[in-house]
Write a protein that binds this ligand. Structure first.
Ligand code: GTP
Ligand code: MG
Ligand code: ZN
Length: 295
């Protein structure tokens, strides 16, 4: 008899499946297309000998977060995400373009977006324009939280922001994603730690996405940090949708199929000229448009 479960993490071909009923963890391989299951996937699985098992089927996904690989492929990161938390940090060089790229991907999953700015204790060493840039995201309408794992500042708000669904922590390496998980879950599941030791990664840096259960009832996925992130292939409408401040102007350009690059009568460029859309965000859009094959 097959049972329902959820993929907690995977290392190569080996997946760790949590059974829906007894919550036990089982090392599984995947049969045929089920071999593509990722962290967060709900699956049907079947026990084999010695507590191991085989994943038979991936249940329909609400969404799947991927990123393009340099060779034109796609790397699957995690599935069934309700809240995507992009973590940045005070006292570090922030790649705002990458934040925009994440947000575009999140809007198109679709999932709710949250910007979490950690290391508030290091705010004194911020770049001069850091606070102002962060404020720009608030002004667009994004929820922005500030916290410090080190001092505990703002951590109640972080706890409350994770509801009953599945949240994921995304962002550059070193911003404190795993530290946030450890703060929220002081007694991490040792079995996961054991398995992760087998992956042969001798660093602190997170190498695979792993799902944790929060005491408040929701789930939180820690993901490996990246040096750069680009959303997967998106057509122009999807790209526009990734910039919520464009919404009031869409459909107002002279041409129906306006790409907002250089067409006359473009309502988006007009809004940029009037300062209603930030030049920096508009340039982000243009770069993604150039990179997309939708042109
Ligand atoms: N000052 C300060 N340091 C912090 C804070 N949170 C985390 N750190 C430190 O930042 C470093 C990186 O933290 P990690 O939690 O490993 O970062 P990560 O985002 O999981 O990194 P990857 O797994 O590589 O993606 C560690 O040395 C942490 O101790 C904070 O609030 N303030
Ligand atoms: Mg980490
Ligand atoms: Zn236009």
């Amino acid at each position: 008899m097959s049972r329902r479960g959820r993929i907690i993490t995977r290392f190569g071909a080996e997946m760790l499946v949590e059974d829906e009923h007894d919550h036990d963890l089982h090392r599984c391989t995947g049969r045929r297309r089920a071999a593509e299951a990722v962290c967060g996937d709900f699956v049907h699985w079947e026990p084999t000998a010695h507590g191991n098992g085989v994943v038979l089927k991936i249940l329909p996904r609400r969404n799947l977060l991927t990123r393009p690989t340099p060779h034109g492929g796609e790397k699957r990161i995690a599935a069934n995400i309700d809240l995507a938390t992009v973590v940045i940090a005070h006292g570090m060089k922030t790649n705002w373009d990458m934040l925009d790229h994440y947000l575009v991907a999140v809007h198109n999953l679709p999932a709710e977006a949250l910007i979490l700015c950690n290391k508030a204790d290091l705010a004194a060493s911020d770049a001069p324009d850091f606070a102002a840039t962060l404020e720009e995201y608030r002004h667009i309408g994004y929820r922005v939280l500030e916290c410090s794992v080190t001092t505990g500042q703002g951590m109640d708000g972080v706890t409350q922001s994770f509801g009953q669904g599945t949240a994921i922590l995304l962002g550059q390496s070193g911003v404190g994603k795993s530290s946030l998980v450890k703060y929220l879950l002081p007694d991490l599941d040792i079995r996961i730690g054991d398995l992760s030791a087998h992956s042969g990664e001798g660093q602190h840096t997170t190498s695979v996405a792993t799902l944790y259960h929060l005491p408040t009832g929701g789930d939180l996925i820690d993901s490996p940090g990246v040096r750069d992130f680009r959303p997967g292939h998106l057509d122009r409408a999807a790209l526009e949708h990734g910039f919520p401040e464009f919404a009031p102007y869409l459909g107002q350009c002279r041409f129906n199929d306006c790409t907002h690059r250089s067409e006359p009568g473009c309502a988006i460029r007009e809004a940029v000229r009037h300062g209603d859309i930030l030049e920096r965000r508009y340039r982000s859009y243009l770069r993604l448009l150039e990179a997309s094959t939708a042109l």
